[in-house]
Design a protein around this ligand. Structure first.
Ligand SMILES: [Zn+2]
Length: 254
């Protein structure tokens, strides 16, 4: 409720409009329209409409509103307990091209795709992202006793003076490499049970067809995993708010 209590500037040209619902600001005070003393209300409404036209049919709210996992491929789909969040950018509109942040060049609109995600899918994504860190840690922890306990380290040095150092380096560098390889080996079994490559998800594909591109990563991008979703800003408005229902009904229960 709180959110909608703070959308209270009835004098705003966009108050109660679809553009306002799409902008989905935390409060009127934080809205770009208000911050510009309402001068850019029309331009903003136009931009927001263009944004919506670039979204796939049905919008992107169903992704985060799903109560079951949107990443599971197998049935029954797991209960959604969090979100896998991936940022997409679009070269439109040229007016917003001031931000040349990414190697893709100029980005106009940016929007987070927030995939409702079950615990199992989240764990698979987490495990994969941690492997290049986890394997070197474990491997190095296993090697360290050999190079620190005098009895063993002396034996190693006797074989070759550089051997202890080489072993530790192998733990770190080799471990990272093994972690990366494991990451690749896991793709196939994970791909079978879920959209492990978020870019292969039908909504991501529909976005790509409309000219959107992922801001980070060409394949198997690592999403941000969060219990809570992004609730404000373009692309985060719930369907009910966009479908013009009473704002209070639009507020989600959690
Ligand atoms: Zn799942």
């Amino acid at each position: 409720m709180e959110q909608y209590d703070r959308i209270n500037n009835t004098a705003c040209a966009l108050y109660g409009s679809r553009a306002c619902a799409l902008l989905n600001q935390r409060s009127c005070a934080e809205c770009p329209v208000q911050q510009n003393a309402g001068k850019n209300a029309e331009e903003t409404a136009d931009l927001v409409e263009r944004f919506e036209a670039l979204l796939p049919e049905g919008g992107i709210a169903p992704l985060f509103e799903n109560e079951t996992c949107t990443l599971c491929k197998t049935e029954p789909k797991g209960e959604a307990t969090g979100y896998a969040i991936l940022d997409f950018g679009h070269s439109e509109p040229k007016e917003l091209h001031a931000r040349k942040l990414f190697r893709k060049g100029t980005v106009g609109f940016m929007v987070p795709l927030q995939f409702a995600c079950c615990r199992a899918c989240r764990n698979r994504l987490l495990l994969s992202s941690y492997l290049p860190l986890l394997v070197p840690l474990v491997l190095t922890a296993l090697i360290v006793p050999f190079v620190t306990v005098p009895h063993w380290s002396q034996a190693l040095r006797a074989a070759a003076s550089w051997l202890p150092l080489a072993l530790v380096l192998f733990g770190i560098v080799g471990g990272y490499g093994i972690g990366k390889l494991l990451q690749i080996f896991l793709r196939k079994p994970f791909d079978r049970v879920m959209y492990f490559d978020l870019l292969k998800h039908p909504v991501s594909q529909a976005m790509t067809e409309k000219g959107w591109f992922p801001l980070f990563g060409e394949a198997y991008p690592q999403p941000v995993l969060s219990k809570k979703r992004i609730r404000y800003g373009l692309g985060s408005a719930p369907s009910a708010a966009l479908n013009g229902k009473n704002a209070e009904n639009a507020e989600e229960s959690d």
